[in-house]
Write a protein of this length. Structure first.
Length: 171
């Protein structure tokens, strides 16, 4: 869910770089800052997470492909049940030793509970997210709490991260 955030500029070295969002126009807003040549190298995927919670919605993305998954300012605005679905599906998409980094509204804290009660963000308590992540198999490698109620969580899939790739085939 990159939107117009500038962090994507720092990720252009990742090869391949997947950009995923709910609607094509949201992806286009993020990738339009790049040249046509680079845009053609990006892996752009539209997914629909507004489905039955027992239905896999990321089937178009390859399993065991991702060394790093970064979700900024997205889980803050989706219900806990959807976050749980993402954790289960992203586990399948990640390589052993890979990392999942995301922001969320820590509703275990006063600021986060206030944001949920006012309807600004979803109610997503850190304790429940961590329990679900552990049940899926993730290990917590970083738990960062910000002053505004937002929090960062970095999860690791156990194992050793390995890759045999050097880069995409360009020819």
């Amino acid at each position: 869910h990159p939107g117009l955030e500038d962090f994507i500029q720092n990720m252009v070295g990742f090869d391949p770089l997947y950009v995923v969002d709910r609607r094509p126009e949201l992806i286009q807003a993020a990738v339009s800052q790049f040249s046509d040549l680079y845009q053609n190298r990006l892996r752009q995927y539209v997914i629909n997470d507004h489905v039955d919670l027992n239905t896999e919605f990321m089937t178009r993305l390859p399993d065991g492909q991702f060394a790093l998954i970064f979700a900024y300012n997205y889980f803050n605005f989706v219900p806990m049940q959807v976050i749980c679905c993402y954790l289960r599906e992203l586990w399948k998409k990640m390589r052993d030793g890979g990392g999942l980094i995301f922001t969320y509204n820590d509703s275990d804290r006063e600021e986060g509970a206030g944001a949920a009660e006012s309807g600004f963000m979803c109610y997503t308590p850190a304790s429940r997210i961590k329990d679900e992540a552990g049940a899926v198999g993730f290990e917590i490698s970083l738990d960062e709490r910000c002053a505004n109620g937002n929090s960062w969580l970095e999860l690791r899939k156990p194992g050793r991260l390995r890759t045999a790739r050097g880069s995409q085939v360009v020819a």
